[in-house]
Design a protein around this ligand. Structure first.
Ligand SMILES: Cc1cc2nc3c(=O)[nH]c(=O)nc-3n(C[C@H](O)[C@H](O)[C@H](O)COP(=O)(O)OP(=O)(O)OC[C@H]3O[C@@H](n4cnc5c(N)ncnc54)[C@H](O)[C@@H]3O)c2cc1C
Length: 472
């Protein structure tokens, strides 16, 4: 009988369990936290206080693993927003013009996302979950991991009991706090190589009740934290969540990290390049405290370069953390679970299995890693332990691309299909697109009043709320 143990019941752990369940006899998910019975906050999911976008390509991968999951999410109140015409986006290049296209995001509270995915995964008869139990080490040697050491807590304080659980495969999905490097060193493996980049990204998030006139069909709003300006990045996101709620996050880099006191929070929102989000916040009713999340780095641990023992695999944030400003982490978890499933289909748990999957896990993040680390390197005070690819020429080209993308439908369509993982990166490198970008912008930057023209239902209520919006 084959047994796989997945450490961590977050998005990456649950999706790995789903991929494994059809190919081993039994899967045990070990989670240090306890899961609520409803879409509610929990200690092990601190990012749940901040806005989440699940990119379209990642949602499609989620449905491939667990058919019908996005339908369940929409039925529970999640929103689908097309990036071309259901999104209001502003950067230093002005508001983006609408375009037709298939790029989309799924917007929902993180609590709902995890609740629905967890419900689907744990309903599988081959999957069990052990809650309130922490993984504290591996069993085995440098050639093969044969199990995991666990510490369970009868309650929050004392009463700790240690035990081991035997497994043919142990998957570490314990997130950014993963101890895998230490565990592997204890088995005699060398130190895992790590790349780290820190532009000082921080979020401050809050949930609101939307004003009644704006509760239905409201667009997603993104104020980009612009890089390469010589000033710290300042941005924000406002996304519709379930039950007429909005989730808002202020985003800042080193030198402009958003505060969490009432006055400072609103002042930060007002200091953005466009005050629309501040106006909307002022018109909505706060439902939660303002919660900070700091230390939002890019960090990649190169387990694929180690002689990883058979029977051990690292996925999700435990392997690579991507700055959430680019909203890629959950999609990576879904792609990595698909890669795991593909290898199980091809060769099963044969020797060398974990090395091949670990390589596929590393490959899945290459494009997102390069894009995130290049952009983040352009913020003042960004620190990096590795050489970031790309120089001044690339920076100028990308700035021009973004300026043209804000006004040209074909360039925008290609850009956002890639950003939402619905098309490969190479689809942006066509002669007509390159020519359009090199030719440069043809129109002046777009003002907010023109940007909201495409949301006739909101024009009047928006103009009532925002002094910034001229009446129609
Ligand atoms: C502020 C913020 C905003 C984000 N926004 C987005 C977004 O918009 N879009 C997007 O795609 N991604 C976003 N992400 C990234 C996304 O949350 C993660 O990449 C994704 O959830 C994968 O995480 P994970 O499952 O690897 O780790 P986690 O979500 O951290 O889950 C790890 C789990 O392991 C458990 N655990 C920890 N240690 C142990 C242990 N020793 N033993 C047993 N269990 C343990 C934890 O309790 C937790 O349940 C955001 C992240 C942050 C921080």
């Amino acid at each position: 009988m084959t047994h796989a143990v997945v450490l961590g019941g977050g998005m990456a752990g649950m999706l790995a369990a789903a991929a494994l369940a059809e190919h081993v006899d039994r899967v045990t998910v070990v989670e240090s936290d306890r899961f609520p019975d409803a879409p509610l906050p929990r200690k092990g999911l601190p990012q749940g206080h901040h806005f989440h976008m699940f990119m379209g390509g990642g949602v499609d991968a989620l449905d491939e693993l667990l058919p019908g999951t996005s339908e369940l999410l929409y039925a529970a109140g999640a929103h689908r927003r097309r990036m071309g015409d259901e999104f209001l986006g502003v950067s230093m290049h002005g508001w983006s013009r609408p375009y037709d296209g298939r790029a989309y995001v799924l917007a929902a509270s993180r609590h709902l996302l995890d609740h629905v995915v967890r419900g689907r995964v744990l309903s599988h008869p081959a999957i069990d979950v052990v809650e309130g139990t922490k993984a504290i080490g591996l069993v085995g040697d440098a050639a093969r991991v044969t199990g995991v050491r666990l510490e369970s807590r009868a309650d929050q304080d004392a009463d700790r009991a240690e035990r081991t659980l035997a497994a043919d495969l142990v998957v570490d999905a314990t997130g950014r706090g993963s101890r895998a490097p230490v565990w592997l060193e204890a088995l005699g493996l060398p130190k895992v190589a790590e790349d780290l980049q820190d532009a000082g990204f921080a979020y401050a998030g809050r949930t609101y009740e939307a004003p009644a006139a704006l509760a239905d069909g409201f667009p997603a709003i993104l104020v980009q934290a612009d890089s390469g300006t010589g000033r710290p990045g300042r941005g924000a996101g406002l996304l519709p969540n379930e039950d007429g709620k909005w989730i808002v996050s202020m985003i800042g880099t080193k030198g402009a990290q958003p505060p969490t006191d009432e006055e400072g929070y609103l002042a930060f929102a007002r200091s953005l390049q466009d005050p629309l989000v501040a106006e909307l916040m002022a018109a909505a009713r706060p439902l939660t405290e303002i919660r900070a999340y700091r230390g939002l780095v890019n960090r990649q641990r190169h387990f694929e370069k180690l002689p990883v023992p058979d029977g051990f695999l690292v996925v999700g944030d435990a392997a690579t953390i991507l700055n959430p400003n680019y909203a890629t982490g959950m999609s990576m978890a879904a792609f990595q679970a698909l890669a795991l499933r593909a290898e199980l289909v091809k060769r099963g748990l044969a020797d060398g299995f974990t090395r091949r999957v670990q390589t596929a896990v590393a490959k899945s993040v290459v494009g997102s890693w390069q894009a995130a680390t290049f952009n983040d390197s352009l913020f003042p005070g960004a620190e990096s332990t590795m050489k970031v690819r790309g120089g001044k020429g690339q920076q100028r080209f990308i700035a021009r691309w973004n300026r043209v993308s804000a006004e040209n439908p074909a360039v925008a369509r290609a850009t956002f299909e890639v950003a939402s993982f619905l098309a490969p990166r190479r689809s942006m490198m066509t002669l007509p697109l390159l020519f359009t970008v090199l030719r440069g912008p043809r129109h002046p930057e777009m003002a907010l009043a023109d940007a909201i023209e495409r949301f006739p239902a909101f024009r009047e209520p928006l103009s009532r709320i925002g002094s910034v919006i001229p009446p129609g």
